[in-house]
Structures are given as C-alpha cells and as structure tokens.
Design a binder for this molecule. Structure first.
Ligand SMILES: Nc1ncnc2c1ncn2[C@@H]1O[C@H](COP(=O)(O)OP(=O)(O)OP(=O)(O)O)[C@@H](O)[C@H]1O
Ligand SMILES: [Mg+2]
Length: 331
C-alpha cells in the first residue's frame, strides 16, 4: 500500500535564543504518522515532546526556530501561508492539552469554547456546531449536554473538562489528533475513563493519533508504534509490540525497568543520574553518562538512528546489548 503519511517530520531541529547563543532543544527528529495510525511519543520531562508537537502545529513563539521538514499529507506545514495555516489547524489537526484549565477562557462558557473553532473554520454554522457538540457529548457519556454548554470551566471537574477537550478536538472532524499528556493531571480512575473515551473515538473514526506521554506503559496500551525520546532526539522507534516487549536501546529498557510491576514483587530500578537537555549534550551519545553499556566510542561519537533488526535505534552497541538488556515485562 502506498499512502501519503498524514504527518511526516524529517530532520526536525528546534533552537531558541539570540544569534550566537542559540540553544538546541530538539535535533534530528524523524517521525511519521500514517492515516489511522496511533503513535506514542515517550520520554522524560524536558526531552522536547511538547516542543515537537507544537512545531508540527506551528504553535511555537517567534523566538523559537524550527528547521527540517514537517509535511502534512505531503504539504509543507512550515511553508503554509497564514490562511493555509488557519485552515490546517481548523480542519486537519486538533490538540488535546495536558492541562485543560490553562487552555480554556474562564470568562467564556463551554458552549462558546466548543463551537468557536468549528465556526471560525467555516465548517459548521453555530446552531449545527452546538447540535453536533451535544451529540458528541452524549456519545461519550456526558449527561445533560445542553446544560453543560451553558456552564463555565470552573464549574466542571478536571475529568469532565478534559472530556470537553476531546469533544472540542473531534468536533471539526480532524484527520490527526495530538494528545499531549492528556491524562497526566487526572487521578488514576478518571485517567482510565478519559483514555478509554479517547481511544474509542480515535478507533471508531479511524483517525491518526500522536500520543505524548512520559508513561511508557500507558503509551504502549494505546498505540501501534512507539518513538522514545531522550534529550531532544529520538533514540528508538518501532512497533509498540516490539519496542515494549524487547527494547534495544538502554534508555527504553531503563524506562521499563524503573516502573513498578503489578504482578511481580521487584524493586523498581531507577535510571542512574539526571536527564540532560539537548544543548547540554557534547559530541557523544546523549545517554552515555547514564548508560552502563557505554564504551569510549559512545562518549565520543553521537549515534544516529539506524535499522537494527525490526526497528530504528540510535545506539552503537544495539546488536551486542539487545540480548543482555532486561526485557519488558507485560504486567
Ligand atoms: N517557549 C520556550 N522557549 C524556550 N525554551 C522552551 C520553551 N518551551 C520549552 N522550552 C524548553 O524546551 C525543553 C523541552 O521542553 P518540552 O516542554 O518540550 O518538554 P517535554 O518533553 O514536553 O516535558 P514534560 O514531560 O515536562 O511536558 C525544556 O528544557 C524547556 O525548558
Ligand atoms: Mg510536555
């Protein structure tokens, strides 16, 4: 099958700061989301996940420079005119943020919030948009939708407000949804409800999903493929089943080893040391200082993503250490 990818990022770099003092936040990122595919982007705090998503929607402020190629259905997002960009954000893509309260206006009702995107994009009239919003709310189990439309964000619980964010994202019928840690601010039971709704809606509508999380287990549960990010770059990419059950990069294995198991009583093994930011990395592998497998070459030469077995790995020693690494325990 020869389909055009929904999202294709090639060699994407993100830098900030004044000329002569620019700092790299993201480097050399290649990432693809095919139509109907769900992709997980996983990494520790500060690894550049949100910056990458914002770059794909061109939501970054002016002082942040984005290089490389970002294509949506074969068209260059970085080359879009203002009008094309507005249409792209209204029709093609949608985002569900981590903190819904930070992305709603406390002075405007839920109804205003829900319909304005669809109306601004000239996709639906106001009455039609309200009706569709009510239908969508009902379909994800929100009772009394008409009443909800008249409420303000502070009158809704965190879980309910995040469900409204999902409604807002789906209302214009986008092709690709970016979900940036959509459940991190919620407690565990509400988190699983919201995840179930998001997953069901994405599957039913056959949408593409880029799911961002620091939680590898959660990302593995909802995605077809995984990209693991460290210090602003992707260090391992492959199908979820392969990456999760048999990591080939020491960082991915470290993420799996440091989480508690629901079935086996073992002490979680934290990854030694501290995460580094992209601009703090020298010429070697960004993970070398925390990696028990590192050799001299790792400290000197930065490994590029390359094909190893069934996936892409940025590690000089992937072949040798793949067999030795602790394997993912599905629990
Ligand atoms: N507008 C900005 N200007 C300059 N630096 C920024 C900006 N936004 C984020 N950064 C920096 O970019 C780096 C990556 O941030 P980003 O928010 O993408 O991380 P993240 O992987 O999403 O982390 P988290 O899991 O905490 O959300 C961080 O060091 C952050 O301080
Ligand atoms: Mg983030």
């Amino acid at each position: 099958m020869n389909t055009v990818p929904l999202l294709q990022m090639r060699d994407v770099g993100i830098t900030v700061g004044a000329r002569g003092n620019r700092r790299t936040l993201v480097r050399d990122v290649d990432l693809t989301v095919e139509p109907g595919e769900t992709v997980g982007l996983v990494g520790e705090s500060g690894s550049g996940k949100s910056m990458l998503v914002k770059s794909a929607m061109r939501l970054l402020p002016r002082h942040v420079e984005v290089s490389g190629r970002i294509d949506f259905e074969g068209r260059s997002v970085l080359g879009f005119s203002r009008r094309e960009l507005a249409a792209h954000r209204c029709r093609d893509v949608a985002i569900v943020h981590q903190d819904p309260r930070a992305h709603t206006n406390p002075l405007r009702t839920i109804g205003d919030f829900l319909v304005e995107g669809a109306v601004a994009g000239k996709l639906l009239g106001p009455r039609e948009a309200r009706q569709r919003a009510c239908e969508l709310m009902a379909s994800i189990g929100i009772t009394d939708p008409e009443h909800r439309l008249a409420q303000y964000p502070h009158q809704l619980s965190g879980g309910l407000l995040q469900r409204m964010m999902i409604v807002a994202a789906l209302l214009p019928s986008p092709k690709l949804v970016f979900a940036d840690e959509p459940t991190t601010a919620l407690d565990v039971t509400v988190q699983s409800e919201v995840m179930a709704i998001l997953q069901e809606q994405i599957r039913e509508r056959k949408l593409g999903l880029l799911f961002i999380s620091h939680d590898l287990d959660l990302a593995a549960a909802v995605t077809d493929s995984l990209a693991v990010m460290y210090a602003g770059t992707i260090v391992e990419r492959g199908t979820t089943a392969e990456v999760y059950s048999r990591p080939l990069h020491p960082y991915t294995a470290g993420l799996l080893a440091c989480r508690p198991s629901a079935t086996v009583v073992t002490r979680p093994q934290p990854i030694p040391g501290q995460p580094v930011l992209a601009y703090e990395v020298g010429s070697g592998c960004p993970f070398a200082a925390r990696c028990s497998f590192a050799i001299e070459k790792c400290r000197k030469d930065r490994p590029r993503l390359r094909t190893v077995e069934d996936r892409l790995v940025a590690c000089h020693r992937a072949e040798q250490i793949g067999a030795e690494l602790p394997q993912g325990v599905h629990s």
